[in-house]
Design a protein around this ligand. Structure first.
Ligand SMILES: Cc1ncc(COP(=O)(O)O)c(C=O)c1O
Length: 397
């Protein structure tokens, strides 16, 4: 099976068709670059839907995985794993005092947080069970997480949707206050909505939600599946706001390319999920924990937060220059390397033109170009992306 056409034929025959796929097969990658089955090289500014936030096949991750693979791939969660213990310690030392539950994906990390909220409401809030989330949010594709997601498109065809979720407009504290009742167990949102179009929580909103949660004994759950692990310029995006959540969910970049999810629970709420109440067969296996420890090591030792901030600023400046040239760019939304370029029209043609010119980016919500380069990105790579974007904008203005 050598070329994309042959691979696509096998998909047609054997793989369930649940994705809108790009007619391209990536077979090799390194850093910010990927190669297709025909040997063509592309600059990847949307690496693995934010999974390869450290860049593809980072040498530290590859080395850690190789070494761990020689020793132990998997062990059941009924035993104590040194790699899992070390990773939990690292996550807690990098965030807030508490404990970690390990899963395999963002949706599963959110499921754990949802179950924590239910267990908490059940135990101390007279069976409060409702969770308020935001319109345009995205929390995953399991039944509970599509119920949590504030977008109808993910729920279509799956009635009845699990009950217990309400949605409010993002960054609107009055709307949120109106929906709180004695049944509210938690408020859950992304500090920066990714799929929703790079919508950034304001400092005032975050502070007001934290205050509200404290006053009303409601859990504040932040979904950092997309924002976590340095992309925002801090290891976790909530750290820009001077607050701490009661629970935080992680996945995507956490594993440096391997599947891992985590639900981080603040110390005072750790007792609500007791032995037997939640589990995952694969969650936090030695191999993914070793990879994740290498991600933390790379971010720290290679000073990648400094790079994310520096490159984010540089990229923003270059995009601003493009905005002056092309009024079709209405707004640039950015937190370090999480960038949304809002267009006055649909963005698919621009994404396709970038692809034809060997740059991979994404378009969300119809008109927001979502650009999320790896935290190892260089100025030279940004310049290449800007050149390709310039051409695509010129041809589609
Ligand atoms: C903010 C956020 N939460 C949850 C998820 C779901 O993660 P997964 O696809 O790993 O289940 C995503 C995926 O895009 C996400 O962006």
């Amino acid at each position: 099976m050598k070329n994309t056409k042959q691979i696509m034929e096998k998909y047609d025959k054997y793989v369930l068709n649940t994705y809108k796929r790009i007619p391209m097969s990536i077979v090799k990658a390194k850093g910010s670059w990927v190669w297709d089955a025909e040997g063509k090289k592309y600059l990847d500014f949307f690496p693995g839907w934010a999974v390869s936030g450290l860049g593809h096949c980072h040498p530290r991750v590859v080395k850690a995985v190789r070494e761990q693979a020689e020793k132990l791939l998997h062990v059941s969660n009924n035993y104590f794993s040194p790699a899992q213990a070390a990773l939990a310690e690292k996550i807690i030392q990098s965030s807030f005092k508490g404990k970690v539950f390990f899963a395999n994906s963002g949706a599963e990390a959110n499921e754990a947080a949802i179950k924590l909220a239910r267990a908490y409401g059940n135990a101390v809030k007279n069976n409060a069970f409702e969770i308020i989330t935001m319109f345009k949010s995205f929390h995953g594709r399991t039944l509970a997480t599509i119920a949590a997601t504030g977008q109808d498109k993910v729920k279509k065809g799956f009635d009845p949707i699990p009950v217990g979720f309400k949605h409010v407009p993002f960054n609107d504290i009055d709307a949120l206050k109106k929906e709180i009742t004695d049944k509210t167990a938690a408020i859950m949102f992304e500090p920066v909505q990714g799929e929703g179009g790079i919508n950034i929580a304001t400092k005032e909103y975050m502070a007001a939600v934290r205050k509200l949660c404290d006053e009303q004994k409601i859990l504040l759950i932040l979904d950092e599946v997309q924002t976590g692990m340095g992309r925002s310029g801090k290891i976790f995006a909530y750290q820009h706001y001077g607050i701490t959540p009661d629970a935080m969910t992680l996945a995507k970049s956490l594993g440096g390319g391997l599947p891992i999810g985590a639900c981080v629970v603040k110390e005072e709420f750790t007792g609500f999920l007791k032995p037997g109440m939640h589990a995952s067969t694969f969650g936090g296996s030695p191999i993914v924990c070793a990879a994740s420890l290498a991600v933390f090591e790379a971010i720290e030792k290679d000073k990648l937060l400094v790079n994310a901030n520096k490159m984010g600023k540089y990229f923003y400046g270059e995009l601003k220059k493009l905005q002056k040239k092309y009024p079709i760019i209405k707004n640039i939304k950015q937190m370090a390397l999480m960038i949304g370029v809002e267009l006055g029209k649909e963005g698919d043609a621009i994404v396709s033109e970038c692809l034809a010119n060997r740059l991979l980016i994404n378009c969300t919500q119809g008109n927001i170009l979502r650009i999320m380069p790896a935290v190892i990105v260089t100025k030279k790579e940004i310049n290449t992306a800007i050149m390709i974007l310039d051409k695509a904008l010129k041809n589609n203005a």
